[in-house]
Design a binder for this molecule. Structure first.
Ligand code: DOR
Ligand code: ZN
Length: 428
C-alpha cells in the first residue's frame, strides 16, 4: 500500500528552507520511499494546499494514565490526541496505578499501545518499586521489556544514596534517568510560586526544591557517568546549573514545557486549579531564564508534561485539586505563534527541538523526513488562525490554561508509519 502526499512544502532541517515537493510512503514497511517529483504511482494520493511537511513531533513526557486512571486518559485516547497534535512518538510516564515498575507492566503498556496503533508509545519505567523511593527496580529486565528511560515522575527520589546507586545501575544497562526534581523537605505541599501563593492564599512551593535536587543529581551523574534527563525545568538557578554541568561535560539533557515558556505566575488570573501544575508557574524572571536557556540550547527539548485530569478533579479547591496541564494538542501551534511568529526562534529550530533532539536524547528513530526513514510525518497549516477550544480535544483532559488563545500552525495531517492517523480534523 503506497501513499503519495502532494501539494505540501517540505522544511529543510539544515537550512530552514521550504520547498514544494511530493513524498511517497509505504504503509507496509512504514518507511518513506521517495521524495521529489515524477514519483512512481501510488494506491492513494493525499492532496495538500501549501501546508508545511514536518517530521512527526516526539514528546518525551506524557501521562497516559492507563492502567488505573482511565477516567483521566487511556493509552488510546492519549495516542489519538498525540496524532491530532502532530506527534508520532510519545514517551509515557510510569505514575499509573499500579506504577510501571516491572517488565510485565511495561510489556502490557506496549501491547495496549500497539493495539491502539495511533502513535509510537515508549514506556518510561520506575526508578524505584512503586515509586516509593526505597528499592530500585530491575533495570535490565525493564530495558528488555521495552522501557526507554527510568523515572519516578510526579515524585523526586529523596534518598541521595539510593539515587547514586540508581545512576550506577542505569549507566550499566545504558538507560537514561529522567528526573522530576523535587526536594520534598523544601517543597512541602506547596501549591504555587511565592507571588501567586500570597495572592491566592495557598502554600508556597519554593523553586529551590527543584534547583537543589538538580544540583545533587548533576553531581551524581557526573561522578557515575550516567545519562541524566531533567524534566520540566522551571527556575533560573536550574538553567544556570544545567549550563554549568554541560560545560563540565556531564551527560545531561533537559526539557522545558510550553506552559513554563509562555506563562509565569503573573498569568494566574483567578484561583483556578487549571493553573496548578508541578513544578508551578514561576516568576517572570524565571520564565525569561527558561526561554533564554531554551534558545541557547541549555534546555534541549520541548516536552509537554501532558497531564490530563477530569473536570471533577480540577473543580476542587486549589489546595485539593491535582497538579497538571494538558498540552499535546496545542503545543506546536502555541510555540509557532508565540515564539516563531514573534521572532524568538526559527521554525527550523523549533522543529529540531520538538522532533530531532527528542529522538536523539532517548535514542529513538525519526526526527527527520528522509528516504528510508520512518514515514512519521505531520503537515501543519501556518496561515489559518484558530481559537483553542478544549471541547474539541481528543484527549479526555480539558485542563489547559490556553483555552481561548488564538494560534496558527495546527496540524492538518499526521501519518504514523505511513498510515493516516489524523486528517481533516478527524482521527481515524
Ligand atoms: O503537574 C504535574 N502533573 N506534574 C507532575 O510531575 C505529575 C503530573 C501528573 O501526573 O499529573
Ligand atoms: Zn514531573
Amino acid at each position: 500500500m503506497k501513499r503519495k502526499i502532494t501539494g505540501g512544502r517540505l522544511l529543510d532541517l539544515t537550512d530552514g528552507s521550504l520547498t514544494e515537493t511530493e513524498i511517497l510512503v509505504d504503509e507496509d514497511s512504514g518507511l518513506v520511499v521517495a521524495i521529489g517529483f515524477d514519483l512512481p504511482a501510488a494506491d492513494e494520493t493525499i492532496e495538500l494546499h501549501g501546508e508545511v511537511l514536518l517530521p512527526g513531533f516526539i514528546d518525551l513526557h506524557v501521562h497516559l494514565r492507563e492502567p488505573g486512571f482511565e477516567h483521566k486518559e487511556t493509552i488510546q485516547s492519549g495516542a489519538r490526541a498525540a496524532a491530532a497534535g502532530g506527534f508520532t512518538k510519545i514517551a509515557c510516564m510510569p505514575n499509573t496505578n499500579p506504577p510501571l515498575d516491572s517488565a510485565a507492566k511495561v510489556q502490557d503498556v506496549r501491547e495496549r499501545a500497539q493495539a491502539a496503533g495511533a502513535a509510537g508509545v515508549f514506556p518510561i519505567a520506575c526508578i524505584t518499586e512503586g515509586q516509593a523511593g526505597k528499592t530500585l527496580t530491575d533495570y535490565q529486565a525493564l530495558k528488555e521489556a521495552g522501557a526507554i528511560a527510568l523515572s519516578d515522575d510526579g515524585k523526586g527520589v529523596q534518598d541521595g544514596g539510593l539515587m547514586r546507586e540508581a545512576f550506577i545501575r542505569a549507566a550499566e544497562v545504558g538507560l537514561p534517568i529522567a528526573i522530576h526534581a523535587e526536594d520534598e523537605s523544601i517543597a512541602r505541599d506547596g501549591v504555587f510560586n511565592p507571588g501567586a501563593a500570597a495572592k491566592y492564599g495557598v502554600s508556597v512551593q519554593h523553586g529551590e526544591s527543584e534547583s537543589a535536587m538538580i544540583a545533587r543529581d548533576l553531581l551524581l551523574a557526573e561522578q557515575t557517568g550516567a545519562k541524566l534527563h531533567i524534566c520540566h525545568v522551571s527556575v533560573e538557578p536550574a538553567v544556570a546549573l544545567i549550563r554549568w554541568a554541560k560545560q563540565r561535560g556531564v551527560r545531561v539533557t533537559a526539557e522545558v514545557t510550553p506552559h513554563h515558556l509562555l506563562l509565569s505566575e503573573d498569568a494566574i488570573e483567578r484561583a483556578d486549579p487549571v493553573y496548578k501544575v508541578n513544578p508551578p508557574l514561576r516568576s517572570e524572571a524565571d520564565r525569561l531564564a527558561c526561554l533564554e536557556g531554551f534558545l541557547d540550547g541549555t534546555l534541549d527539548v520541548i516536552a509537554t508534561d501532558h497531564a490530563p485530569h477530569s473536570a471533577e478533579e480540577k473543580a476542587k479547591p486549589l489546595s485539593a485539586a491535582p497538579f497538571g496541564i494538558v498540552g499535546i494538542e496545542t503545543v506546536f501551534p502555541l510555540l509557532y505563534t508565540y515564539l516563531v511568529e514573534t521572532g524568538h526562534i526559527s521554525l527550523r529550530d523549533l522543529v529540531l527541538r520538538m522532533s530531532t533532539r527528542p529522538a536523539e536524547a532517548f535514542g529513538l528513530t525519526g526526527g527527520s523526513i528522509r528516504v528510508g526513514g520512518p514515514a512519521d510525518i505531520t503537515a501543519v497549516d501556518l496561515d489559518t488562525e484558530r481559537t483553542i477550544d478544549p471541547e474539541k480535544f481528543y484527549s479526555k483532559g480539558r485542563n489547559t490554561p490556553f483555552a481561548g488563545w488564538q494560534a496558527k500552525g495546527f496540524s492538518q495531517l499526521t501519518l504514523f508509519e505511513g498510515k493516516v492517523i489524523y486528517k481533516n480534523e478527524e482521527v481515524r
